[in-house]
Design a protein around this ligand. Structure first.
Ligand code: PXP
Length: 242
C-alpha cells in the first residue's frame, strides 16, 4: 500500500486578487483557515521579491491562523533568507525568480548554481527549516540536491501540464523516474505547478511522491465552486489515484 499523498495548497493567488484592489479582501488567511478545515495538509506561499501576491505581514498571520505546516517558497537571496529565519516555517522551498537561476525548462538550476545555493541550504537547515529545491525531474538536478544535502526536492510539473499525447507520456515517465531516483537516494520527492483536476491523477499515482503543491487552478475553481469543494475534489482525485 502506498502512503497517503499530502496536499499543500498554494494560496498566493488569493493575495493576487486582494492586491488588485489594494485593500484587505480577499484575505489569504481566510483561505488558509478553509484549507485547514477541509483537511489540507499544508499551506504554501511564495513571498516574491516584488511582493506581487503574498506580503511580508501575511506570513505571520498565516502561521498564527492555522497549525498546518507552512511551506515558504523563496528565492535564494539574503533578504528572503532573513525573513525565513525570522519566521521559521516548517519548510522553505527554494525557487528561481530570475532567468539566470533557471534551467531551460524552468526549475531551479541546482546543478549550475550549486555554489550559490550551498550557504542558503546550510543556513536554513541549521535553523531547523526543511529545505526543498524546486527542480526539473532530471538526474543531474537530483544529484546536485544530494550534494547540497536537501532532504526534499519538488519536481516542476509545468512541462507535463502543458504537454499533450506522447509528449505528456514522456514527461510523466521523466517525473516518475526522477521520483524513484530521489527516493532511492533518501530524498523525499514532491511535485507541483500547473496541476488540475484533469491532469493530477497520473502524477498522484507515482508511488514515491509524498506531496503535491497546487495553487492557481484550485483558486481559479474556487471562484466558481468555493474553495472548500475545490480542495475536497482535488483531494478525492489524489486519493483515487493511489
Ligand atoms: N510548487 C512551486 C514550487 C511553485 O512555485 C508553485 C507556484 O508556481 C506551485 C507549486 C503551484 O503551482 P500552481 O499555482 O500552478 O498550481
Amino acid at each position: 500500500m502506498t502512503a497517503r499523498l499530502r496536499l499543500g495548497v498554494n494560496i498566493d493567488h488569493v493575495a493576487t486578487v486582494r492586491n488588485a484592489r489594494g485593500g484587505e479582501h480577499p484575505d489569504p488567511v481566510r483561505a488558509a483557515e478553509i484549507v485547514a478545515r477541509v483537511g489540507g495538509d499544508g499551506i504554501t506561499a511564495h513571498l516574491r521579491e516584488d511582493r506581487r501576491h503574498i506580503r511580508d505581514a501575511d506570513i505571520r498571520r498565516i502561521q498564527d491562523a492555522t497549525d498546518l505546516p507552512l511551506n515558504l517558497e523563496m528565492a535564494a537571496t539574503e533578504e528572503m533568507l532573513k525573513i525565513a529565519l525570522a519566521h521559521r516555517p516548517h519548510a522553505a522551498c527554494i525557487v528561481p525568480e530570475k532567468r539566470e537561476e533557471r534551467t531551460t525548462e524552468g526549475g531551479l538550476d541546482a546543478a549550475g548554481r550549486h555554489n550559490h545555493l550551498a550557504s542558503y541550504c546550510a543556513r536554513l537547515a541549521d535553523a531547523g527549516i526543511r529545505v526543498s529545491l524546486f527542480i526539473e525531474p532530471e538526474a543531474r538536478q537530483i544529484e546536485a540536491a544530494m550534494r547540497l544535502g536537501a532532504p526534499v526536492v519538488e519536481f516542476h510539473t509545468g512541462a507535463y501540464a502543458l504537454a499533450e499525447g506522447e509528449e505528456r507520456t514522456a514527461e510523466l515517465a521523466r517525473i516518475s523516474d526522477a521520483a524513484a531516483l530521489a527516493a532511492k537516494n533518501g530524498i523525499e520527492p514532491h511535485a507541483g505547478h500547473g496541476l488540475t483536476y484533469d491532469n493530477v491523477m497520473p502524477i498522484a499515482a507515482i508511488p514515491q511522491l509524498a506531496e503535491l503543491n497546487i495553487g492557481h487552478y484550485l483558486i481559479g475553481e474556487a471562484i466558481f465552486t468555493g474553495l472548500e469543494p475545490a480542495v475536497r475534489r482535488m483531494r478525492a482525485l489524489m486519493d483515487d489515484a493511489r
